[in-house]
Design a protein around this ligand. Structure first.
Ligand SMILES: Cc1ncc(COP(=O)(O)O)c(C=O)c1O
Length: 565
């Protein structure tokens, strides 16, 4: 039977209705709820300090004291030092007690812990059936079609794909509003790092719901904003990268815009950027100039001068290395003093899941660093997916990281930077730096990624990649002309379907969707289907289920190609 240490002493304040527990009166053992509601004299104390034997209803995890709350925020990673704050043995109390706020008292209120526990239980019960894919419920099909039509009407065009969540999932399984259950191996393109309806994230979201504002910002910051920035700095600098500072923002594009601004401020009056062929940086005006897709720039004024380097080609490694290095030298000679940034996504994400040989980047970074050009690593998609939290750590590029951006799985986005890049002029996104819930869930996600041993040369990201890749290779043997690959690294994995055209990749993606496996397109020549399984919770059984669905889908894809021929 699970045991939870309860060490809390509750002083009731004023006339409030109190839900207390008969901690003192219990002789030993069984925990019994005593919903003692009533008026208590101000200052009367109820002391609880015992280990609880939990009943059949499961664990009661009581995060009582305000110390627990902030300690929890500060201990997202091991050996994080709890902030100076009253210890767990401090009596959670009414706000009038010195050193305590009303918010501390609210968080310490046993009703909050009890509400969380009830929510967790309800969620567990209602999500328990979501353990395998399932087709749509016929009775929900028509209302679902109507919803999709309403979505198309209100946004002026159809959704990217027919995904409208019902609001509950279980690990990598998610139910859509048509009642179907999908195995979600794309997670909003890398957002659901802990899967769907994670009980831990629910818990964190309840903490956030108790905050007085939904959005944090420049003039309304709360302690968890500090904690997540500290955690990201701590993770980023763990291998020696001198990334000491972090600013939060609300989207990957915003984090990248801030990265550009910091680099431009530092390198002024330089006005050019070096990026790679096939780069993806986001969709704002400036980022659309870096993103190497003509369609993204259509109708837009040119916001930046960008010069592109050939990317690493795994089929011609030495040649691509030489070509890229020659091009760097040519650009540096052609525009001396004009480059404000070298922009690199270390594994091309939207571009098609192309990992790179670390020596390729090291060789290019050397002359770029020697020329004093700021180096920016865009880790919006790669963060948490390789053998290390950051791909620049995976590739041993610590010393070159001047500015690094993260987003997606972290829920709130961030720009990390060195001392010499401290802002000297206004940056972006400061009315809103992040939603209280994003920050709480982001912190919890960082903690879970660590707890679930995702990182390390034999961490789960690497092991699951091997397992998934082996399965994809088996399918490539079974369907030799229908699937090539796998490509990618860690928990970013892709393959090229059929002839590599957009049409065939889209056709297979649609079949996968109908069969119940969610993956999405990336790259353009060829177009691939990619998966971003949630790193904190994906198991080999989930990968087996995905491979089975893929196998079934490939058989249907083969039939459709024969029919088209
Ligand atoms: C590498 C990279 N950078 C930037 C972005 C933009 O992030 P957001 O869509 O949150 O603005 C993305 C989004 O896919 C990305 O993959």
């Amino acid at each position: 039977m699970p045991r939870v240490a309860l060490n809390a002493s509750l002083e009731t304040g004023g006339q409030g209705r109190e839900l207390s527990r008969e901690c003192r009166s219990q002789p030993s053992g069984a925990y019994r709820r005593s919903a003692t509601r009533g008026r208590r004299a101000s200052g009367e104390a109820i002391n609880c300090s015992r280990n609880l034997n939990l009943g059949e209803n499961g664990a009661v995890s009581l995060l009582f004291a305000p110390a627990s709350y902030l300690h929890r925020l500060s201990s997202a990673m091991p050996d994080a030092q709890p902030p100076a704050f009253p210890s767990d043995s401090t009596t959670p109390s009414a706000a009038s007690t010195a050193g305590q706020t009303y918010a501390d008292a609210l968080r310490a209120d046993p009703r909050v812990a009890q509400a969380k526990e009830l929510l967790r239980q309800a969620l567990a019960e209602h999500a328990a059936g979501l353990t395998a894919v399932r087709p749509a419920d016929e009775t929900l099909r028509v209302p679902y079609e109507r919803l999709l039509a309403e979505a198309a009407a209100v946004r002026g065009g159809p959704l990217l794909w027919p995904y409208l969540s019902a609001g509950v999932g279980n690990g990598p399984y998610v139910q859509l509003a048509d009642g179907s259950v999908k195995l979600d191996f794309i997670g909003g393109i890398g957002v659901y790092g802990c899967g769907h309806s994670s009980p831990e994230l629910l818990d964190a979201a309840v903490d956030a719901a108790l905050e007085d504002v939904a959005m944090q910002g420049n003039l309304q910051q709360h302690p968890p904003s500090i904690r997540i920035a500290e955690q990201l700095v701590k993770l980023a600098s763990a291998g020696g990268a001198p990334l000491s500072y972090c600013m939060l923002s609300t989207s990957g594009a915003m984090a990248n815009e801030n990265a550009l601004k910091l680099a431009f401020h530092k390198a002024a009056p330089a006005d050019r950027v070096i990026a790679f062929d096939n780069a993806f940086a986001g969709r704002s005006l400036a980022l659309a100039a870096i993103t190497d897709r003509p369609k993204y720039r259509q109708g837009l004024p040119l916001a930046l001068h960008v010069d592109y380097l050939p990317a690493w080609n795994f089929q011609r490694p030495e040649e691509s290395q030489r070509l890229a290095l020659d091009e760097v030298r040519r650009l540096l000679a052609r525009h001396p003093g004009r480059y404000a940034a070298f922009w690199a996504e270390l594994i091309a994400g939207e571009g098609g899941y192309y990992p790179t040989d670390p020596r390729f980047f090291q060789t290019l970074c050397e002359p770029i660093r020697a020329a004093g050009i700021p180096i920016i690593f865009d880790e919006i998609q790669t963060f948490s997916r390789t053998s290390q939290p950051f791909a620049f750590q995976h590739y041993q590029l610590h010393q070159y990281a001047d500015i690094v951006t993260v987003g997606k799985i972290t829920q709130v986005c961030a720009t990390l930077y060195r001392e010499t890049f401290k802002p000297t002029a206004p940056i972006l996104s400061q009315t809103f730096t992040g939603a209280s819930s994003s920050i709480a869930i982001g912190l919890e996600t960082l903690k879970l990624l660590h707890q679930k041993e995702c990182f390390g040369s034999e961490g789960w990201n690497v092991r699951r990649h091997r397992y998934f890749a082996a399965g994809l290779e088996r399918l490539a043997t079974k369907y030799p002309n229908l699937i090539r690959g796998p490509f990618g690294e860690g928990m970013m994995i892709a393959f090229t379907p059929g002839d590599g055209s957009y049409e065939q990749a889209k056709a297979l993606m649609d079949i996968l969707f109908a069969e119940g496996l969610l993956g999405f397109l990336c790259g353009s020549d060829p177009t691939r289907v990619r998966f971003l399984p949630p790193p904190a919770i994906t198991t080999e059984q989930h990968i087996d289920a995905a491979l089975e669905l893929l196998d079934r889908s490939l058989a249907k894809f083969a039939t459709s190609l024969t029919a088209d021929a």
